[in-house]
Write a protein that binds this ligand. Structure first.
Ligand code: UD1
Ligand code: UDP
Length: 369
């Protein structure tokens, strides 16, 4: 069967890599085409992940670049549409919740191509987040919904999705993490020297709700400065955030706040493993820190990944200086963390195998069951 994978933004790459690797082990079953929409295009937001994750060069790059949501979504739709006619895939696979995901879902539904959504069913119940709209629309249109956790199944059932379309396969990001953990660990020596690190905090931020308003971003940066008085704070700055900080002409002069370029997967994972604390608004980082047992403060009022709170190390914190500083010092003074990964169901590095099994089941003729 012919599978077309469509990806476009940083968090898509660690999700498509294990699926492509696993499908490649079954050449008689799968023929694969990889489409990159070009939503992310800087080398350190895209190319480095293809190199580090062992992804093949995309067969097609739609090169859409940045723009408003409507413009970007429309451009992806217009450029993907003729490709579906040309390549005639049996299935299109899309991961996550970015604009590339929803744009592909819309084109598939209008051209009658079957759609599989990897990481289906997550909900923040906050429709002011662009990703929540992308998730809701994609899941309504998908023919196969591959979920990372049981709460995702429940969300989908509540929204009226037919149970036979839903398959609980587990967390695909953890497949990549498990595979590359030893390689990431080898980076630590170099990183420790390069950034003079012993006990440190690691930061990522890029949600519009945190970085697009000067007052909110200032509150967060003030908090980071304060934490930076106690320990080094290392902050690989997402291009959206870099742009906003430049517009604010902020002077991030705290002695220990290190603003650096976005990192590749291996370096960022190595820093997560060794961080005393992670402050983030990233979806994927909430999951990775939970798996690694690293305390994580998520600067958001809600999360689509509640399991990272109920079973993991994650905690939601308001994006206000005093709340962030208090939560950080509380977390840092808590007893030593437990290093064993939590035993979350199907966060085991075998999710891609279960996805392939799901696809295999779909191809078995009725009478063979
Ligand atoms: C996107 C996703 C978000 C995801 C994030 C991961 C949507 C709606 N948002 O947000 O869900 O968590 O990616 O990182 O799909 N830019 C560059 N170089 C790049 C890419 C972007 O400079 O390679 C700058 C541009 O100024 C652009 C801005 O970053 O306008 C935002 O990029 P965009 O892809 O629109 O959204 P993200 O904030 O990256
Ligand atoms: N990540 C990375 N380099 C960085 C910051 C994050 O490789 O400088 C990785 C992180 O480990 C995780 C993924 O990017 O695997 C999460 O993507 P992002 O935060 O961009 O998007 P989200 O998960 O919020 O959609």
């Amino acid at each position: 069967m012919k599978i077309m994978h469509v990806v476009g933004a940083r968090p898509n790459f660690m999700k498509v890599a294990p699926v492509m690797r696993e499908m490649a082990c079954h050449p008689s079953l799968f023929q694969q085409v990889l489409v990159h929409t070009g939503q992310h295009y800087d080398d350190n937001m895209s190319k480095i992940f293809f190199d580090e994750l062992g992804l093949p060069e995309p067969d097609i790059n739609l090169s859409v670049g940045s723009g408003t949501h409507a413009w970007q979504t429309a451009q992806i739709m217009m450029r993907l549409d003729p490709l579906l006619t040309e390549h005639r895939p049996d299935w299109v696979f899309v991961p996550g919740d970015v604009n590339s995901t929803v744009a592909s879902a819309l084109v598939c539904s209008k051209t009658g191509v079957r759609l599989a959504h990897v990481e289906a069913g997550l909900r923040s119940f906050d429709r002011s987040m662009p990703e929540e709209i992308n998730r809701l629309v994609t899941d309504q249109l998908a023919d196969l919904l591959l979920t990372p956790s049981r709460d995702a199944d429940e969300n989908l059932l509540r929204e009226g999705i037919a149970p036979e379309k839903i398959r609980f396969v587990g967390n695909i990001m953890i497949d990549t993490l498990v595979r590359l953990l030893p390689k990431a660990e080898q980076r630590w020596g170099d990183l420790r020297t390069r950034y003079s690190l012993s006990r440190f905090a690691l930061v990522t931020l890029h949600r519009p709700s945190n970085v697009d308003r000067d007052e909110t971003l200032s509150e967060i940066l003030d908090a980071l400065h304060e934490i930076g008085r106690v320990m080094p704070v290392i902050f690989p700055v997402h291009p959206r955030t870099r742009g906003r900080m430049a517009a604010m002409s902020t002077t991030s002069e705290a002695k220990f706040l290190q603003l650096i370029e976005p990192l590749g997967y291996l370096d960022f994972l190595a820093l997560q493993i060794h961080a005393a604390l992670v402050l983030t608004d990233s979806g994927g980082v909430q999951e990775e820190t939970t798996y690694l047992g690293i305390p994580c403060l998520t600067l958001r009022p809600n999360t689509e990944r509640p399991i990272t709170i109920t079973e993991g190390t994650n905690r939601l914190v308001r994006s206000e200086r005093t709340a962030i500083v208090k939560a950080a010092f509380d977390a840092l003074s808590a007893p030593e963390r437990c290093t064993a990964p939590p035993r979350l169901q199907f966060w085991d590095g075998r999710t891609a195998k279960r996805i392939v099994e799901a696809m295999r089941d779909l191809t078995v003729p009725e009478h063979a069951n």
